[in-house]
Design a protein around this ligand. Structure first.
Ligand SMILES: Cc1cc2nc3c(=O)[nH]c(=O)nc-3n(C[C@H](O)[C@H](O)[C@H](O)COP(=O)(O)OP(=O)(O)OC[C@H]3O[C@@H](n4cnc5c(N)ncnc54)[C@H](O)[C@@H]3O)c2cc1C
Length: 945
């Protein structure tokens, strides 16, 4: 029995139900919800089928800009589709077309002709049957096949991929109780996959509109779907069937002992960047977000289904290490059984048979050679693993359009007017959604097994570990001939940041180092993928999906096989034991065929000598003369050049004595440039340990951090990088302060005129402020700057020109505001340049003597800084203190609206700068660095208190 004993932290009590009448009641009783009229007798509702009529006003779905749902794997679109619109207004108007449903439900039945979507491309108006209706209908169809003598099972499914979900759906349609445990909190949105039409067909039947699929017809399948959308849709359907889904959760122990006991404890899956145990997510039907359940939920089961994908470790536990074998072993057994291998390629029942005659199947003429290589165990000809690269990129990342070659398998041929050089075993495809709302490039291809690096051959995985995914991708694009100016690197990084939901590189770029393994299938005296947990006659297991056999997706082996395994499993479990075993063995024959197909594909890839494009580029990367071509290298050079200029400026400026504003502004820029350089260093194959250590040593609060970090970095940096970065990082490498006043004046003028490209408005303002206006050259520079298009610069120059005679009534410039703000304790950790943004929010308020500025007891919503004049803080007539220029009151009101504890009135005519809480909050939202700086000060204050 599945008993969920848990400590629930916050779960909304909504009982999962499949009873449409009850759902109907819930809907009517929902406060504020729509109150449709009840369905008429004999209507579709009567036959327990609802109609999706309201979908036509669904917002257009553009996958690349759909918000990422961080809290729930269930995307809002699907949620809306499953929860609200389904119970739309026209329950009783569309007749049920039972025939159109019959063949479209799980498992995979190949319909004749093309896939017909229930939803039309654009309007979605004819999406006539609801998922609920289909499921109820399916249940009725299945009912007669259920064995009444077998008790309903309590099933634990490990892994919410296509295999796990389809098994959960199939089993709960058969009235088994199912719990799914998934380690991820959010499904990765990296994988667009080309699928056989049966998969699209099934998704369409389950309510996925065509617009969520894209045209992949030039390559393998009819259409493509994002894997996360398949998971999300199935997630929603499983929820509707009452399946309990725990996300962000893993079983504490999946050892034999726990499995035999039929009991596991779930705990929070380790999250990137966090080592603390915490809550896990529970989603149930009608919960529109993930409820949090504390770790420690105990799940009891009598059947465990291993569906955790190609990296599964559970399969070894269930069948023994010795039975998890390279696909070669399975292929070898197949050759022994059928030396021509014909029977493994020509199964008319197999839905992939249509591809046998295409490029993806093994041509009959080649079979003897392939069989020979397999028999001889020639691993050079049929490697056990192929490192591979796969990624999807938003088309917006490219500044130029990629043109597709005519008649190719969707291969891109040129970018803008530049010809690409993509080997034929690489694929670059543009994926478009039916409504054109999404356009992405899908790029994939095999990589060489090793690279020459630093004169040595390095295995590819070791090389890949050292490169960050984006840098790696840029190299691949470069190797394909994409010019660098055709890639907007900033957009690329933003795109990947937005897409990566798990902080896991595999979310972003999959460098798939296949170890093609599967379960030893033929010749076993019992089915291996299904049986009793070793040592138990009570608990049963099944292994499905990629956990059963690594799929070689380039061959089109993938989601369809995951579904097939799930369908087999569901049928098996309702059979008597002997029939069950017989049926289970039939799946093994399918798996054996697949293993042979996969091996053939490896054979085909290995025979292609021109194996991928990245080898050359990673090798050249070592060669100095090509460095300039490399984007990361080029950027590092730019930064280093700026750093050297900054160092020279700092040196010369010291000749004029210290100007703390100028020094701070320049120091800030050097810190920021050094930070960028450190990020770029991650693109090079330097020790990740040293880079991490130097990252830890970098805290901008510490003046010495650059020199200290350089001491750590220097020993591992290549000599040219040492030389490049020394001026930026290493204070020690600077010569003593300059003494030449003439150089000082020139440098100041350079900065004041903004001559260097790294000079920010704030630094320029500081330089203008430091100029001696009596000097002729400085006068010209100030007059020019007073005309500057940047209002801030113009104002600073003007202020300097009219420097004398400023009183309380004189105009208070932005520059003065920044300097005044910097004196307020709460802002002291915010760098000047950021304070310019805060200063722009200030409004001026003038107060005459005895004028009340704030009243005790009123709710404070602003901070005041005294720019000029004098005020007194008082409680009634009693003066508590007096304040003047640079002091502030109401600091806490800026962060938290509370009644004022005292009144404040002007003593002399005063100029006050007011900062409203709402404006400051909006700014903090936009610029988290400001929030961090304020928090730092608050923490220090608390510590001191
Ligand atoms: C880069 C790439 C491209 C592909 N392209 C295609 C294609 O074009 N067409 C195609 O049909 N197929 C393709 N495939 C293959 C297809 O994605 C897989 O065959 C399919 O996803 C397998 O489904 P599954 O449910 O067995 O495993 P998965 O999809 O891998 O799902 C397993 C799930 O289990 C979870 N999990 C793992 N360990 C645990 C644990 N200990 N506890 C809880 N949860 C766990 C994982 O987070 C994951 O969600 C591709 C695969 C890759 C890697």
């Amino acid at each position: 029995m599945v008993a969920v004993t848990n400590r629930v932290v916050a779960v909304t009590a909504v009982r999962p139900t499949n009873d449409t009448a009850e759902l109907w009641r819930n809907l009517r009783e929902r406060p504020g919800g729509p109150r449709p009229t009840p369905p008429a007798l004999g209507s579709v509702m009567e036959t327990e089928v609802c109609v999706l009529a309201g979908l036509s006003d669904a917002p257009p779905r553009t996958l690349h800009n759909a918000p990422l749902v961080k809290s729930s794997p269930l995307s809002p679109t699907i949620r809306a589709m499953l929860e609200a619109r389904e119970f739309g207004r026209r329950f009783d108007t569309v007749p049920l077309d039972t025939e159109s449903v019959r063949d479209r439900l799980p498992g995979l039945r190949s319909g004749s002709g093309d896939v017909q979507f229930l939803a039309a491309d654009h309007s979605l108006e004819d999406l006539s049957l609801s998922v609920e209706g289909l499921l109820q209908h399916r249940k009725r169809l299945l009912a007669p096949t259920l064995n009444p003598n077998l008790s309903r099972r309590h099933v634990l499914v490990i892994g919410a991929g296509p295999a796990g979900f389809m098994a959960a759906i199939e089993l709960s349609l058969r009235n088994h109780h199912v719990v799914v445990c998934e380690q991820r909190e959010v499904y990765s949105r990296n994988r667009y996959i080309g699928v056989y039409k049966e998969v699209t067909h099934l998704m369409a039947a389950l309510g996925m509109p065509e617009r969520m699929t894209y045209d992949f017809s030039q390559y393998r399948g009819k259409r493509g779907i994002m894997l996360a959308d398949i998971q999300t849709l199935l997630h929603g359907i499983a929820l509707k069937l009452g399946v309990l889904i725990y996300t962000g959760a893993v079983a504490k122990s999946l050892e034999l002992e726990a499995l035999r006991a039929g009991q596991v404890e779930l705990q929070r899956a380790p999250q990137p960047g966090s080592s603390t145990p915490g809550s896990i997510g529970l989603t149930r039907w009608q919960h529109d977000s993930v409820s949090r359940v504390s770790s420690g939920v105990v799940i009891r089961f009598d059947t465990v289904i291993e569906a955790s994908g190609g990296r599964s470790g559970l399969r070894e536990v269930l069948v023994g290490k010795e039975n998890v074998v390279p696909l070669h072993d399975i292929g070898l057994a197949a050759v022994r059984e059928d030396p021509t291998l014909d029977s493994f390629f020509d199964d008319p029942e197999d839905h992939s048979a249509e591809y046998v005659d295409s490029d993806y199947g093994c041509p009959p003429g080649l079979r003897p050679k392939f069989a020979q290589a397999l028999k001889a165990g020639q691993t050079r000809q049929i490697p056990a693993a192929i490192p591979c690269f796969v990624s999807n990129i938003d088309a917006g990342v490219f500044t130029k359009h990629m043109h597709q070659a005519d008649g190719s398998l969707g291969l891109a041929s040129r970018v803008g007017d530049r010809q690409l050089s993509i080997p034929h075993d690489w694929v670059v495809l543009e994926c478009r959604l039916a409504d054109q709302s999404l356009s992405r490039y899908h790029i994939e291809g095999p990589l060489p097994q090793t690279f020459e690096f630093g004169g040595k051959r390095v295995p590819t995985p070791a090389m890949l570990d050292k490169l960050n995914p984006v840098a790696f991708l840029v190299r691949i694009l470069y190797a394909m001939g994409v010019p660098f100016d055709a890639v907007d690197r900033r957009q690329l990084i933003d795109f990947y940041n937005a897409e990566s939901s798990y902080g896991d590189a595999s979310d972003i770029v999959s460098t798939w180092i296949g170890r093609f393994r599967g379960l030893r299938l033929p010749g076993a005296d019992r089915p291996i993928w299904y049986g009793h947990v070793p040592g138990s006659d009570r608990i049963e297991y099944a292994i499905i999906g990629e956990a059963l056999q690594n799929a070689w997706y380039r061959f089109g082996v993938g989601v369809d096989d995951a579904f097939t395994g799930a369908a087999y499993l569901a049928e098996c479990l309702d059979l008597q034991l002997d029939e069950r075993l017989e049926r289970a063995s039939r799946l093994e024959r399918v798996m054996q065929s697949r293993a042979v197909q996969i091996l053939y594909h490896l054979y085909a890839v290995a025979r292609n000598e021109d194996q991928g494009v990245v080898g050359a580029v990673l090798t050249e990367y070592q060669m100095e003369e090509r460095h300039a071509e490399d984007l990361a290298e080029a950027r590092l050079r730019e930064i280093a050049r700026d750093g050297a200029e900054m160092q020279a400026a700092a040196h010369d400026l010291r000749a004029g004595g210290s100007d703390s504003l100028l020094e701070a502004a320049l120091g800030y820029l050097r810190d920021a440039q050094a930070g960028r350089a450190m990020q770029l260093l991650e693109s090079f194959p330097y020790s990740t340990e040293v880079l991490a250590k130097s990252r830890r040593s970098a805290t901008a609060e510490d003046q010495e951090w650059r020199s200290r970090t350089f001491v750590l970095l220097e020993p591992v940096l290549a000599p040219h990088h040492q030389a490049l970065l020394a001026p930026l990082f290493d204070e020690k490498s600077q010569s003593s302060p300059g003494t030449d006043r003439r150089l000082w004046q020139e440098r100041l003028l350079d900065l004041a005129s903004g001559r260097y490209r790294w000079v920010t408005p704030w630094l320029r303002a500081c330089a203008l402020n430091a100029l001696d206006s009596a000097d002729a050259k400085a006068g010209v520079a100030l007059a020019t700057a007073a005309e500057d298009r940047n209002a801030f610069i113009a104002e600073v120059a003007e202020r300097k020109l009219q420097a004398s005679g400023r009183g309380a009534t004189a105009r208070f410039s932005m520059f003065d505001k920044v300097l005044t703000l910097k004196q307020v304790p709460i802002f002291r950790a915010i760098p000047h340049q950021m304070l310019v943004d805060v200063a722009s929010l200030l409004t001026e308020r003038r107060a005459l003597p005895n004028e009340r500025i704030i009243e005790k007891g009123e709710i404070g919503d602003a901070l005041f800084v005294i720019a000029a004049g004098r005020v007194r803080v008082h409680d009634g007539e009693r003066t508590l203190r007096e304040m003047s220029h640079g002091e502030a009151f109401g600091e806490l009101s800026l962060l938290d609206a509370e009644p004022r504890s005292a009144s404040v009135s002007a003593v002399h005519p005063s100029l006050l700068l007011r900062l409203a809480q709402s404006d400051f909050y909006a700014l903090m939202k936009e610029q988290p660095a400001i929030t961090r700086a304020v928090n730092r000060v608050l923490c220090q204050l608390i510590r001191t208190a």
